[in-house]
Ligand binder design. Structure first.
Ligand code: SAJ
Length: 438
């Protein structure tokens, strides 16, 4: 009777293991690089042929993975890419790093995980470790991944090993990457935990085992629900401070002097990105199936999704002070990305603000040095305009939606007439523009 657990432990310890990564995006590629740098042979699988050919040419398409880091790993044969699962038949371990978006109904879209699980099941063999990394609801690994693998008459914890390890990739983070972010792991059995720990140990600084896959799935959801709920709280604080005539930014600044028991979050135009607005709804969806309403998640979602509407109210009130209607007004948006200093517009509240302003009849344009163009409803495309004194002066109102650090706020304050600042970006800068803050 082969001891597959020991076989895997030996192959991870002496780096003779071959690792498959399914999904070579902002999670899969950095993980593949760290595995290859640790000495494993890595095969990255992606459905996108352009990504695969770029990777095999040693060219990176993920800003956090420099080409000069990737190329040597491809040249040495430690990393290659493919579009075919036929190339994964002899791997020792596979990490599934596919998207987990929401449908329009705010229900989880599990299609990517199911497709990956079915494909991995097709190449599953005795002596394989399967790790799911995609953010998902508690129970996914046990209920969706495991049954598909066991169709091969394998025994989990003896022939096949199954685990969950939440991805903690923070795109654009200059300090933390895969190698120095602790890796939480949860396995179906103790042997699965032992094996998955041995897989990651050479590639990451610290592995943090928990008692089950559901616990590991829940860790990630706590992390991101924590952010969504606290952002919702501080957005409601902004609404309350506006009613009270109190500067919410001053209040947060002063509260932040508390050296313990407080963590600042900041109000804004809404909640963007592919994690924070989405992950908590995987949890609330699962709990609804268990007849429980995740009230904090639902309430935070209501408040955060209401913020773009609040921004429009601020613009209308600010123009009203100039005896101007929003309809027919020229409104310039600064920043379309979902947060500063990145080019990602997924779920960006700036898209909502742009759409709502147009719906009210405003003549809307935008500048974003990171975002050359955006797709608008009705198959239209809008392009970033040059940030000139003339453009600023020509706008009836400028709305700062994303506070890129590269903006010259003195210049903006000097040439704009009216600014609605949703990020307190102009704090500490001088200029003649009238500024209304969130
Ligand atoms: N936001 C606020 N106020 C805040 C913080 C954020 O309005 O105080 C907004 C941002 O503008 C953005 C959205 O919330 O639109 C999400 O911002 P984020 O800072 O949470 O950035 P993300 O979406 O890139 O979150 C990622 C997450 N990383 C992973 O899921 C692995 C999150 O867990 C990280 O904590 C976060 O980066 C981070 O700290 O940068």
């Amino acid at each position: 009777m082969a001891d597959y657990k020991q076989q895997l432990l030996d192959r991870f310890n002496d780096r003779t293991a071959t690792i498959g990564i399914v999904g070579m995006g902002y999670v899969g590629l950095p993980l593949a690089v760290e595995f290859a740098r640790a000495g494993y042979h890595v095969i990255g699988l992606d459905v996108n042929e352009e990504k695969v050919s770029k990777l095999n040419a040693g060219t990176s398409y993920i800003p956090d993975v420099p080409t000069d880091t990737l190329a040597p790993l491809v040249d040495s044969g430690h990393l290659r890419a493919t579009t075919s699962y036929d190339d994964l038949t002899d791997i020792d371990a596979v990490s599934i790093c596919v998207p987990t978006p929401l449908r329009k109904t705010k229900d989880p879209d599990m299609s990517y995980i199911v497709a990956a699980a079915d494909s991995v099941a097709g190449i599953c063999h005795a002596g394989l470790l399967v790790v799911l990394e995609s953010t998902t609801y508690p129970g996914t690994t046990d209920e969706v991944i495991l049954p598909r693998l066991l169709k091969n008459n394998l025994t989990v914890g003896e022939d096949v090993f199954v685990a969950f390890s939440p991805e903690r990739v923070d795109p654009g983070n200059p300090t933390y990457g895969v190698h120095n972010t602790p890796k939480v792991v949860g396995g179906i059995t103790p042997a699965c935990v032992e094996v998955v720990t041995a897989l990651y140990a050479p590639a990451v600084g610290e592995v943090v085992p928990v008692s089950s896959t559901a616990a590991a799935e829940m860790v990630k959801l706590l992390e991101n629900t924590f952010r969504a709920v606290n952002i919702g709280l501080v957005n409601e604080m902004a609404l309350m401070c506006n009613r009270l005539g109190v500067d919410v930014w001053e209040v947060i600044r002063a509260a932040s002097t508390k050296p313990f028991g407080f963590m600042p979050f900041y109000p804004g135009p809404g909640l963007g990105g592919h994690c924070i607005p989405i992950d908590p709804h995987y949890l609330s969806w699962k709990l609804r199936a268990l007849n429980y309403t995740a009230r904090f998640i639902e309430l935070a979602g209501e408040i955060n999704t209401s913020m773009p509407y609040y921004v429009i109210d601020l613009v209308m009130d600010a123009l009203n002070e100039d005896s101007k209607a929003l309809k027919g007004a020229k409104v310039g948006i600064l920043g379309m990305a979902y947060k500063r200093d990145i080019d990602d517009v997924r779920e960006s509240p700036a898209l909502d603000v742009h759409h709502l302003l147009e719906e009210k009849g405003a003549d809307v344009s935008f500048n974003d040095p990171y975002v050359p163009s955006v797709r608008l409803p009705g198959q239209r495309t809008a392009h970033s305009v040059a940030l000139t004194a003339e453009w600023l002066a020509d706008q009836d109102c400028i709305v700062i939606v994303t506070d890129h650090t590269g903006y010259d706020y003195d210049f903006i304050l000097k040439h704009a007439r009216l600014i609605v600042d949703t990020r307190n970006a102009t704090h500490g800068y001088q200029g003649s523009a009238r500024v209304v803050r969130l």
